[in-house]
Design a protein around this ligand. Structure first.
Ligand code: ASP
Length: 422
């Protein structure tokens, strides 16, 4: 419990790292060799640790979630509902991202003339139906893991989880193995996150020293676009679903308080699974639904990430003086939906996957470097939305099978604040 209590102070350290990083970046602008030789590698090291954990975490969380289900029939019935919900909300999120990018005018500032990318015009690479389907299934799962093809790893993990589930009474040993492995990997994520303040300091110093403060104004626009998108999504998509499930908004917020704090402080929706699960238990959602919906959601359902990636695509296009036409915007929505599915619920994963979005509409990958400058702040917002999206889905698919809401959640007096602080 103490460990988690200490984690609550992490955002302050991260914020300190961010501010000190800006200051150090400004001071060291004239001595770039100090930044590139000494400081930047610390940031790169932090990012490498995060990337290292993505694939194992994804495999263990999905296999544990699927193999923890009651039966194959239950899995099939629930699975259909969950996938439809996840896909529909993600497509909506990607569209809302484009809308809020326009509302805030994130593409306002062109840092580089359009001519810079003229040699590499915006090409639209829309795969046809069968190409898209064939691309989901790996020829060789080990090769998919080695090359970091997340969506193929998701498909393989779902199959493996299903295979274990079919063992029926004999599934326990394997199911437990994957469940324990998942918990162990979550501990690794927590350990890596302890270094976030240093990592953020190093990345911020490098970003400011290399690009200067000219980039701050467009970055603020980007942040405004992402946060506005998140707000619109919560109000237009989540609130109506929660109300339709006959749960009052204050009750939902009380149940989710822990999960929301952990999401913003760790920047990882995977790290929130135990907290979201506890909150949903108080709302009466059954163990089997939580066990399947949450790990799967933490892996494939990333509404906040989809909003971030859509806004960032419009933003990066703007940096190069380009405006996306309607067809390109539709492509962004499609690619962002796939990319967010392939994003793991760990810090910075959405920015790594942004590369795929930029590439598919022919934008230079260098745009990511600038987005990275405020990565930490954006990650806090999108991880929160990602976490809420999973919780709302679990609530929605529970339907009539949901038990009563814990009376402690119903009144302010009965609720004594987040449980891990007790
Ligand atoms: N950090 C996000 C999450 O855990 C994923 C992302 O980077 O977009 O949900």
């Amino acid at each position: 419990m103490h460990r988690i209590k200490r984690e609550m102070y992490r955002p302050l350290w991260v914020l300190a790292g961010l501010i000190l990083g800006i200051a150090a970046g400004l001071l060291l602008q004239q001595t770039p060799h100090i930044v590139t030789e000494w400081i930047k590698p610390m940031g790169t090291l932090f990012l490498k640790f995060i990337k290292m954990i993505v694939i194992p975490l994804e495999i263990f969380s999905i296999v544990a979630g699927v193999s923890g289900m009651e039966s194959v029939t239950a899995l099939g019935k629930l699975g259909r509902k969950v996938i439809v919900f996840y896909l529909a909300t993600t497509v909506l999120a990607a569209c809302i991202g484009i809308l809020s990018a326009d509302l805030v005018d994130v593409s306002h500032t062109a840092l580089t003339p359009a001519a810079a990318v003229a040699a590499d015009p915006v090409t639209v690479a829309i795969p046809n139906f069968w190409e898209a389907i064939l691309g989901l299934v790996p020829d060789n799962p080990i090769a998919a893991m080695a090359s970091g093809n997340l969506i193929q790893v998701v498909i393989f993990s779902l199959c493996l989880g299903g295979g274990i589930l079919m063992l029926g009474d004999h599934k326990e040993r394997l199911a437990e193995f994957f469940h324990d492995g998942f918990l162990a990997l979550q501990n690794v994520v927590t350990a890596i996150m302890r270094f976030a303040p240093v990592g953020v300091f190093a990345l911020m110093t490098a970003a400011v020293a290399e690009t200067g403060t000219a980039t701050l104004e467009p970055l603020l626009r980007l942040a405004a676009g992402v946060f506005l998108g998140c707000l619109i999504h919560i109000v237009l998509v989540y609130v109506p679903v929660i109300l339709a499930c006959q749960v009052k908004i204050p009750t939902f917020l009380r149940a989710m308080a822990e999960a929301m704090m952990v999401a913003t402080t760790t920047g990882s929706s995977s790290a929130t699974i135990p907290f979201t699960s506890h909150g949903l238990k108080l709302l009466g959602v059954s163990h089997s639904i939580r066990g399947f919906v949450l790990p799967l959601g933490a892996t494939i359902n990333m509404d906040g990430t989809a909003i971030f990636q859509s806004v960032s695509a419009v933003f990066v296009a703007g940096l190069y003086g380009l405006e996306l036409d309607l067809l390109q915007q539709i492509v962004v929505v499609l690619v962002v939906t796939v990319a967010s599915v392939g994003t793991a619920g760990i810090p910075a994963a959405g920015t790594v996957m942004l590369g795929m979005v930029l590439q598919s509409i022919g934008l230079p990958l260098e745009g990511i470097a600038l987005v990275m400058g405020i990565e930490v702040v954006l990650d806090m917002g999108r991880s929160l939305v990602n976490t809420l999206g999973d919780a709302v889905c679990a609530l929605a698919v529970s339907g009539h099978d949901r038990g009563p809401v814990d009376p402690r959640l119903k009144s302010r007096a009965g609720w004594r604040g987040p449980h891990f602080l007790e």
